[in-house]
Design a protein around this ligand. Sequence first.
Ligand code: NAP
Length: 308
Amino acid sequence: MKYLSLYCGKTMPALGLGTWQATEDVLEKALNLALNIGYRHLDTALLYDNEKIIGKVLNEWLSSDKINRNDLFVTTKLPPIAMYKEKVFNYFQKSLTNLNLSYVDLYLLHSPLGIKNVPQNKEDVVMDPNVNHLEIWKEMEKIYEKGLSKSIGVSNFNKEQIINILKNCKIQPSCLQLELHLYQQQKELVEFCKRNNIVVVAYCPLGSPGLKTYYEENNKKIEIPNLFENEAVKEMALKYKKSPAQILLRHAIDKGIGAIPKSSNENRLQENLDIFDFSLEEKDVIVLNGLDMGEKGSLTEWEPWGWL
Ligand SMILES: NC(=O)c1ccc[n+]([C@@H]2O[C@H](COP(=O)([O-])OP(=O)(O)OC[C@H]3O[C@@H](n4cnc5c(N)ncnc54)[C@H](OP(=O)(O)O)[C@@H]3O)[C@@H](O)[C@H]2O)c1
């Protein structure tokens, strides 16, 4: 495993387990498998509606001394509905209680946007683009200072929004979690974060094949590119005797970026972890870097996906 050093002094395993779209029995089984084979970094969010099951599994592992709390790295996130200073701590506590933990390792603002109302369904959502990030960040700092989250950060924030926090904070963000994969490599933001000691963590590092189901469930017809079918990736998979997924993950990790692929499948969990026994040649890295499509490569739309 490779580790990334966070601004606040903690280290984060570069490869973690994503858990969006994983709930109940499937997640319980996957998480036990993942912990058994060595995953120690878990990514969740209040919105994924799976913190309780993660808390249950972690409690079983921690209370039977199968794992040491210091070796675990657990991330969760403040939902957009709580992007108001008076709501931050209450929502954080909900997550902490769900997770059955006395602290988390990283607490993120899930999105720069807020949701103004308490919507009953997606159609009712009223987005709030004018939430006060600085007020909210002060509440995040209090959580950090109380030792309830060992580091704090942001997700889906752009450069200007991060600069605003950097210029006005007491404790800077340790991490930016964002959509990052072969077709959207976020080169400028990654450079900016490096210069500012902010660790970047890639979500959708495999191109999120599960997004297709999500869009279908929401009656949207959106084509999701299949990164595993990219010719260069397929050729490299043959050359290195690795899978396309492993090539994609190694490409991100080699740049000092964290990655949190989600899987509920035993073989794929193992496959995604087995990326530390090879490295990509410089010429192949150049080819992969050249496949970036910038903003056009984005898979996600700015809509409240799963944000209720
Ligand atoms: N901060 C945010 O706003 C945000 C947004 C999106 C996601 N995230 C986080 O990032 C995580 C990862 O993103 P994601 O889940 O959207 O996408 P992803 O990790 O790129 O892709 C996950 C999908 O790929 C499949 N898969 C996993 N390993 C595979 C392999 N080796 N070969 C072929 N298919 C494979 C999984 O299916 P199986 O389970 O069947 O293997 C699942 O459908 C999320 O789970 C979540 O924790 C954060």
